[in-house]
Design a protein around this ligand. Structure first.
Ligand code: EPZ
Length: 422
């Protein structure tokens, strides 16, 4: 099993190119199931989660070709051979549940395994189910699988989501594109990945308006056609690499980053005394003198502070001047990185959904354990500022959402390498 070694204490300088967004690609790929014509995705991220989605789509009869070193995905589901998403694939990646809406819309039936528990929370699918039931689907749970049927197809409906769930918005949005009549999604999620999905569906011939706001309107159409779409930049990868110079010092330009993708996050960085500047190519982040200041953070749905940057932000606050309060409001168990940061000499305590972080002069390198995707990268960031060597174990978590992290950080001067136990 691979591990990553980081030797801290070097300021960073240079450029890092931001890849296409994992959480956009994982919703865009199932959109191919909505049409019997090809869909091409460019600027695709090269990640193990994308490979898992590829395996799932192929198990349903779709063709998926990876071109140009994996940066282009040529998808086609001319003929669906199955409408069953198997537990063996779904348990590896929750986003597999994003085939439910498209399969129901196109084939009028789907059998999708419930993903089961996850390190960061229970993550039920009740909001997805009630939205699709409002559109006329009959959904039963049997042997851990959702059995969904819509004889005669889905019909347009007014759907109010009890929480602005990203996944439920994406499943309902895709399902509504082929439903008879108009669908209104109220309290919809507003994340940039939703807008990216809507842009792609429009390119396929869907009639959608209001994406990016809390109310999305979709006029169902008879069929969707071929299209090509460029995957939006990964705002979570962007935020992660913006925190690298904030923690280690120096100046890094993140190529392909845009402020509108990370406004709430930039506002907190600014409050912490870290400078962020928009350039022609991206975002330049610098921390020249002294440690960052302590700031309070509360996670929220977009446009609020992203929960997927909470762990990385905690790593920076562990090195800040003063005491910070970090509140996690999206997932009930997303502080698994905290005990590992304590092993690195951090000073913090967690009470329920709130962490109190007292910044220390210097973290200390240590062997630590990755528990989930964002926790793993927060430990690497902490290692950049730590004295001595940090060894992050179980980095398979990391490869799900970050391509070539050691190459990207190494290119701006970090002392980092991947080692294998084999
Ligand atoms: C997406 O997950 C992202 N994943 C997550 O990123 C991200 O943390 C999350 O949105 C929030 O921004 C992908 O896009 C693949 P939700 P999703 O439905 O869609 C509860 C990462 O690190 N809920 O918005 O699963 C749920 O339990 C990952 O890249 C229900 O109760 O998130 C959670 O507490 C981690 N019932 C909250 O809503 C439902 O039916 C938000 O979940 C659905 C959700």
């Amino acid at each position: 099993m691979d591990a990553i070694l980081v030797r801290g204490g070097r300021p960073l300088n240079g450029q890092i190119t931001i890849a296409g967004a994992k959480n956009a690609a994982l919703a865009l790929m199932p959109a191919t199931l909505l049409s019997d014509e090809p869909l091409t995705l460019t600027n695709a991220p090269r990640l193990s989660d994308v490979r898992t989605m590829t395996t799932l789509l192929r198990s349903l009869g779709a063709e998926v070709q990876t071109l140009q070193d994996g940066k282009v995905l040529a998808l086609s589901s001319h003929t669906l051979t199955s409408t069953r998403a198997d537990y063996d694939i779904v348990r590896k990646m929750r986003a597999s549940n994003l085939v439910l809406g498209p399969l129901l819309a196109r084939a009028h039936r789907a059998v999708v395994s419930l993903p089961g528990g996850c390190a960061i929370g229970a993550r039920p699918m009740d909001i997805h189910v009630s939205a699709l039931e409002a559109m006329g689907a009959e959904i039963d749970l049997k042997d851990g699988y959702l059995h969904a049927n819509a004889p005669g197809g889905l019909k347009g409906a007014r759907v109010k989501l009890r929480f602005a769930s990203v996944g439920a918005t994406e499943n309902t949005l895709m399902a509504a594109t082929l439903a008879r009549g108009t669908t209104l999604i109220e309290n919809a999620a507003r994340e940039p990945e939703i807008v990216d999905l809507a842009d792609c569906l429009r390119a396929m011939g869907a009639q959608i308006s209001g994406d990016g706001t809390s109310t999305i309107e979709i006029q169902g159409v008879a069929r969707l056609h071929a299209a090509s779409h460029r995957v939006v930049a990964d705002r979570i990868e962007l935020g992660t690499y913006m925190l690298a110079p904030a923690i280690a010092g120096g100046e890094v330009e993140c190529i392909g980053g845009r402020i509108h993708l990370v406004e709430a996050f930039v506002e907190r960085l600014d409050a912490a005394g870290v400078s962020v500047e928009e350039t022609a190519k991206g975002l330049k982040v610098a921390r020249k003198n002294g440690r960052p200041h302590a700031v309070d953070v509360v996670t929220a749905p977009y446009p609020g502070f992203p929960t997927d940057l909470q762990a990385q932000m905690m790593a920076m606050l562990c090195t800040a001047e003063g005491q910070s309060r970090l509140e996690e409001r999206i997932f009930e168990n997303r502080f698994m990185h905290a005990p590992e940061l304590l092993r690195m000499g951090a000073s913090l305590d967690v009470q329920g959904g709130v962490a109190t972080v007292r910044g220390v002069d210097r973290l200390k390198g240590a062997p630590v354990m990755a528990t989930d995707l964002r926790a793993s990268v927060s430990l690497i960031l902490a290692g950049l500022a730590a004295e001595g060597e940090t060894r992050v174990n179980r980095v398979y978590h990391l490869d799900r959402g970050y391509e070539q992290v050691e190459a990207k950080l190494g290119a701006v001067g970090a002392d980092i390498e991947r080692v294998s136990d084999a």
